[in-house]
Design a protein around this ligand. Structure first.
Ligand code: MN
Length: 202
């Protein structure tokens, strides 16, 4: 059985950038529903029991066809949101340090260009989806993907993701996705992102 990880900070900890009510509904209800639906689908695949959600997504083609779409959507939702809660936190924002900072400079030219590029793909995602920073074959890449499609399905490791579903920002920002994105950078815990990067490098 998959479980929603406990939020590692209070629901109001990201204010004023993300309001407590949005965090509460997003974590408890939206993420909760992805996990409930994933567990329901997985009842039909006892041979896959015990696999991590990341492994399920990496091997999405080997998931039985009858539940493949459910695993893609709800398993993707579970993996994506688990990462999202982790890489945000109080005292976020600012600049990355160490090897991640160097790698971002090397891949994109500068931190500012990286930030603009990710904001731009996330803001340009039509409808619901995510903006991603991933490690692919040792290289950092930026792209957006629709719905809950996980980079793991493409053999890439997500390092940082920004949720641009309306449920992530509508209460505070309504249709102003660009304003949400601008504020969201203030929630990013670069120390957590750096940990993800180191782990993905292996
Ligand atoms: Mn979401």
């Amino acid at each position: 059985m998959y479980e929603v990880p406990k939020l590692p900070y209070a629901v109001g900890a990201l204010e004023p950038h993300i309001d407590a009510r949005t965090m509460e509904i997003h974590h408890d209800k939206h993420h909760g529903a992805y996990v409930a639906n994933l567990n329901k689908a997985m009842e039909q695949a006892s041979d896959l029991a015990g696999k991590s959600v990341e492994d399920l997504l990496r091997g999405i083609e080997r998931v039985p066809e009858a539940i493949r779409t459910a695993v893609r959507n709800h398993g993707g939702g579970h993996a994506n949101h688990s990462l999202f809660w982790e890489i945000m936190g109080p005292g976020g924002g600012g600049l990355p340090a160490g090897e991640l900072a160097l790698a971002l400079d090397k891949a994109f030219g500068s931190f500012t260009i990286f930030q603009e590029k990710l904001s731009s793909v996330a803001s340009g995602q039509f409808g619901s989806g995510w903006g991603w920073l991933v490690l692919n074959d040792g290289k950092l890449e930026i792209f957006a993907r629709p719905n809950q499609d996980s980079p793991y399905m493409e053999g890439k490791t997500p390092i940082l993701g920004v949720d641009v579903w309306e449920h992530a920002y509508y209460l505070l920002y309504q249709n102003r996705r660009a304003d949400y994105l601008k504020a969201w950078w203030n929630t990013v815990r670069w120390d957590k992102v750096a940990e993800k990067y180191r782990k993905a490098l292996g």
